[in-house]
Design a protein around this ligand. Sequence first.
Ligand code: CAA
Length: 257
Amino acid sequence: MDYQNILTRREKGVGVAQFNRPKALNALNREMMGEVIHALEQFDADPDVGCLIVTGDERAFAAGADIKEMVQARPVDMLNNPFIDYWDRLLRIGKPVVAAVSGFALGGGCEFAMACDMIVASDSAQFGQPEINLGVMPGAGGTQRLTRAVGKALAMEMVLNDRRLSADEAARFGLINKVVPVETYLQEAIDFASQIAARAPVAVRMAKEAVNAAFEMPLNAALAHERRLFYMLFSTGDQKEGMQAFVDKRRAEWRGE
Ligand code: CAA
């Protein structure tokens, strides 16, 4: 597919998809969302890629859903628009997805980052859900993921009163994994992702699924699910190799099977 709104590349076993509508601060329009999800699905199927990154540019990860596309929309237009359904496809990506965030991560931009598995942010990043200023509210998971990440009190302030978080605050409140200098944020995110990409691939996928189940299942069911995934890993060559390598005091060589 020939992308018009994103850039893609592979580096150190990491597939990078970059929003590329800088003049609109990477506002998430329908076309760009379709392209980024397509690229992530391609990386997910690529055996040479072990971890994925979604990023924007230094000034903006994404300043939200494209407001200009929605001004005159009726409910049925929103319903028929696949825009928010793209988030469901993001959640079905099996390999870990890291959001490398710099600048604005607002509205749908913040929601997109939160739907990823981890967030590495530059020290200039700003997270917020300003939809209230437009007479609406978050519609792509913001009220739920933010509340689970930072708790009810702060989520209420952010969603009802446009309270924004700096990168340091977002790290302190547990929304993101780490804060790095803006000059090197993407490279640091790639290094972070490449460490995961070098690990046992099947175990990484199962582990991601198990952690995410904590947000979707009651505890008993999630614990049972975790146990089944754990047992299943004993069917892989990587489990035999990993444990034998430990016993032999050598480095394991993962085959992803
Ligand atoms: N949609 C469409 N265009 C946007 C946009 C958005 N979300 N955010 C910025 N842009 C455009 C601006 O219209 C402007 O375009 P023009 O040059 O053609 O006028 C360009 O990007 C640069 O923006 P500004 O001139 O406003 O830049 P700034 O530095 O003065 O302000 C900002 C930056 C504070 C991020 C401001 O642009 C802003 O508030 N943007 C909107 C943020 C927002 O409300 N996001 C939520 C969207 S709704 C949503 O996401 C719903 C959902 O839950 C799915």
